[in-house]
Design a protein around this ligand. Structure first.
Ligand code: HEM
Length: 409
């Protein structure tokens, strides 16, 4: 625990380009310092980090003043590269009208009806994973379980053959990793190569989808996007390619991280684990609380288009903003006992899926996956125990995990 003076010093020295291992391991003490002492923080490179819950809500709700289009800033970061092409064409980094067009195409696949037909598929898939784990002792929660579910569901959505799916996970990490505030030359090159390989791969997949006369199934997102491509004004080839890549990336690391960090939190708060085992119907509020406590996407971005006042703090026109999603989700003025896992917390107005027009399109799918995965894992293995500590990735934007070894008895 820091003294008041130390906390102030941490908040004033905050820099997203030079964070250390302690910050990656546990960013929450630093985030508390930011909320208390430097809530609209000007970083050394001239960008801003926003940390208080109410400020995030103001930003998310005003999409005309705080835009998502990143062409100007990504030109500086990525130059005229494939990473620039990708990140400026995907739905999440655009404003209306491209955003509205893309979002309208995706929405039907994530409706309540679509997801209710998907639930049995998720359950069967999770049961299969658990059967394999039962034979493998010990097992890694990350690689043997949590990674497989989102990868295969999004693989199904885009019709990627099962044996080719593992490549997608590697590409996703390289492409999204390039969004980290500090980007090395090596990671930049790897990110560009990943976009190139992904595009080549998808072009072939799209070509075979265009030629296919087989009936489209309920969950054939690629088929729907390809059909939309032929309607004038709907989708260009580049929009199609990059939004498929985005869909493949958006739902993977995030959902995997939710499942693994959620289980880790249960072991850190054993009374919650015991309660959830006793009352499995609490899984819905438990998953929301896991999203709040360990938000998979920790930091978002916006650009401020006009000089603004955030509860008494000035933001200049043109400022590039880092949005502290995980930080705001620990805001003690909004959440009681914010540093604790309370699986009965309700209502839980966390911002893990953001708010406003960019609210995560796949949020109900991610919740469904986590509820089924965590629920079934605890039900099947009453003696589930970690055999060593969770190993973290090195990223600040994502709450990523490398491994979490477990035993089932
Ligand atoms: C726990 C898992 C997930 C988390 C924490 C998460 C988080 C987010 C957040 C915070 C945003 C908004 C970013 C912003 O406002 O700038 C977002 C957008 C998006 N997410 Fe997710 N996501 C998750 C899973 C998924 C899944 C499973 C899919 C689909 C397969 C998905 C698809 C999308 C899409 C398409 C957008 C863009 C929405 C738009 O710009 O209108 N996400 N996600």
């Amino acid at each position: 625990m820091w003294s008041e003076a130390e906390e102030k010093e941490v908040a004033l020295a905050f820099d997203l380009e030079t964070f250390d291992e302690d910050f990656v391991e546990n960013p929450y003490p630093t985030y508390r310092a930011m909320r208390r002492h430097n809530p609209v923080c000007r970083l050394p490179d001239g960008t801003y980090f926003i940390s208080r819950y109410q400020d995030l809500v103001t930003i998310f709700r005003d999409e005309e003043r705080f835009i998502s289009d990143k062409k100007v800033d990504f030109r500086k970061k990525f130059g005229d590269s494939l990473l620039f092409e990708h990140h400026t064409t995907s739905v999440v980094f655009n404003d209306p009208p491209l955003h509205t067009r893309m979002r309208a195409l995706m929405t039907p696949f994530f409706s309540t009806h679509a997801l209710s037909t998907l639930r049995p598929r998720v359950e069967t898939f999770v049961d299969g994973l658990l059967d394999r784990i039962e034979e493998k002792k010990p097992f890694d929660l990350m690689t043997d379980f949590a990674q497989a579910l989102p990868l295969n569901l999004v693989g199904d959505m885009l019709g990627v053959p099962v044996e080719e799916r593992v490549r997608l996970a590697d590409w996703a990490v390289l492409i999204l990793g390039a969004l980290e505030p500090a980007l090395t030359e090596e990671n930049f090159k790897k990110g560009c190569a990943a976009v190139e390989e992904f595009k080549t791969y998808l072009r072939a997949l799209i070509e075979s989808k265009r030629r296919s006369t087989a009936p489209r199934d309920d969950f054939d997102v690629l088929g729907a996007l390809v059909d939309a491509e032929t309607l004038e004004g709907k989708l260009s080839e580049l929009e199609l390619l990059h939004n498929c890549i985005f869909l493949l990336n958006a739902g993977q690391d995030t959902t995997t991280s939710l499942i693994v960090n959620g289980i880790e939190a249960l072991f850190r708060f054993p009374e919650s684990l015991e309660l959830l085992r006793r009352r499995p119907e609490l899984i819905t509020t438990a998953v929301d609380e896991m999203l709040r406590l360990e938000s998979p996407l920790q930091i978002g971005n916006r650009k401020c288009m006009a000089e603004s006042d955030l509860h008494g703090h000035r933001l200049p026109e043109g400022a590039f903003l880092y949005i502290g999603i995980a930080c705001a989700n620990h805001d003690e003025t909004v959440f009681d006992n914010a540093e604790e896992l309370d699986i009965e917390r309700y209502p839980n107005k966390h911002l893990a899926f953001s708010k406003g027009i960019h609210t995560c399109a796949g949020n109900a799918l991610a919740r469904l996956e986590a509820e089924v995965a965590i629920g079934k894992l605890l039900e099947r293995f009453p003696k589930l125990t970690p055999v060593s500590e969770l190993v973290r990735g090195t990223r600040a934007r994502f709450r990523s995990v490398v491994s979490y070894p477990m035993a089932t008895q």
